[in-house]
Design a protein around this ligand. Structure first.
Ligand code: GLY
Length: 365
């Protein structure tokens, strides 16, 4: 089974197991000799994969406590965190318990945060069922919930004990959810040494029809390996890990302005295009970089322009609440070239004049 070792500095290393049928390895990932297993999933994912996960755990873990919540980003709240935590108490899950997050990024962020805080921290295993979850959200220990003021404003770093990515789950995703994951894979190539051949291979895979599942494990593993290398060096985003936020300052602002109607990955795709223009306007890279980013997104059928009716000034205003901002100003991860993040005088993020951001947003309408 393709395995990527994630070894964050100063933390226990853990494996990401990725292949068709990987859920069968869930009990091994959870570990023997544990107490109850709290299986956190939204109602939709539990209906699709919950019984398979339970069956995988049954031989070694007699007590599986399903904790089910309504699907959607609207559930990633303090209120859901409180309900799930109360349910763990009610079910008598002790400090020997393990939380499993089975689902997309909302679920693994939420389940990881429940695990980070319950009884001052219990272990957890991420079992991502979306492409975005497999290549990004479930790996690297970022957990948390959204506040009305912004996404992920409350959270903790709490690395999972293992990540079990069953690519069979990708067969149940609609096109839009696949696109969301592909956008994060583009981001990884842009900051992790990707070149024209890598973008072309990604586009060929995306267009390969039903057979794409057969090659999915290799593509997921390659993408996660880029993230793992960054997380190894800087697990808590003290510096270099910020490069993984490429496309996200504008992306999060677009999500906010759309009232969270625009899915995260599509917002990130547009954010990558806009932030490539910002990179060029800031003099960090030649114009060919923005052209190459736009071409890579187009070849993958990903959006690169602001949705109709979205005002650039509103997007600029929404960047101010981004949690990565310092002193109320947004910070941008930018590029030095295709495959290379830009390091500036203040490190891996950049303070960009509002006029530059606004011009890039205007040019992306
Ligand atoms: N999604 C970016 C990171 O995990 O740092």
């Amino acid at each position: 089974m393709p395995t990527v070792v994630v070894a964050p500095a100063g933390q226990e290393p853990y494996d990401l197991l990725v292949e068709r049928g990987a859920l069968g390895a869930l009990a091994r990932a959870v570990g023997e000799g544990t107490g109850a297993v709290a299986l956190v999933a939204d109602a939709r994912v539990f209906g699709l994969w919950g019984e398979r996960a339970r069956a995988a755990l049954a031989p070694t873990h007699r007590r599986v406590v399903p904790l089910i919540f309504p699907d959607g980003e609207a559930s990633k709240t303090r209120e859901t965190w409180a309900r799930l935590t109360d349910a763990l108490v009610a079910a008598g899950v002790g400090r020997d318990g393990v939380v499993v997050g089975l689902g997309g990024g909302v679920t693994t962020d939420l389940a990881g945060f429940v695990a980070a805080t319950y009884a001052r921290g219990v272990p957890w295993v991420a079992a991502p069922t979306t492409l975005l979850g497999m290549v990004d959200a479930a790996v690297g220990g970022k957990t948390g919930v959204d506040l009305p003021a912004g996404k992920n404003l409350v959270g903790a770093f709490h690395h999972p004990r293992a990540v079990v990515a069953d690519v069979d789950a990708l067969a149940t995703l609609g096109n839009e959810l696949v696109d969301c994951g592909v956008a994060e894979m583009v981001k990884h190539l842009l900051v992790g040494g990707g070149g024209a051949a890598d973008f072309a291979a990604l586009a060929r895979w995306r267009a390969s029809g039903p057979a794409w599942l057969d090659d999915a494990a290799d593509h997921v593993a390659a993408s996660v390996a880029i993230k793992a290398a960054v997380v190894r060096e800087d697990p808590q985003e003290a510096g270099r890990r910020a490069v993984l936020n490429l496309g996200h300052t504008v992306g999060h602002a677009l999500e906010r302005v759309s009232g969270y109607d625009l899915p995260h990955g599509l917002a990130v795709a547009i954010g990558l295009a806009v932030e490539a223009r910002i990179t060029v306007a800031a003099g960090l890279a030649p114009p060919e970089v923005a052209v190459a980013v736009a071409a890579a997104l187009a070849a993958l059928g990903l959006p690169a322009r602001l949705p109709a009716g979205v005002a650039p000034a509103a997007v600029l205003a929404a960047t101010a609440v981004d949690k990565k901002g310092l002193g109320g100003r947004a910070r941008y991860a930018l590029l030095a070239g295709v495959g290379r993040p830009a390091r500036g005088p203040a490190g891996w993020t950049h303070d960009v004049p509002d006029a530059v951001v606004l011009a890039a947003l205007e040019a992306s309408r």
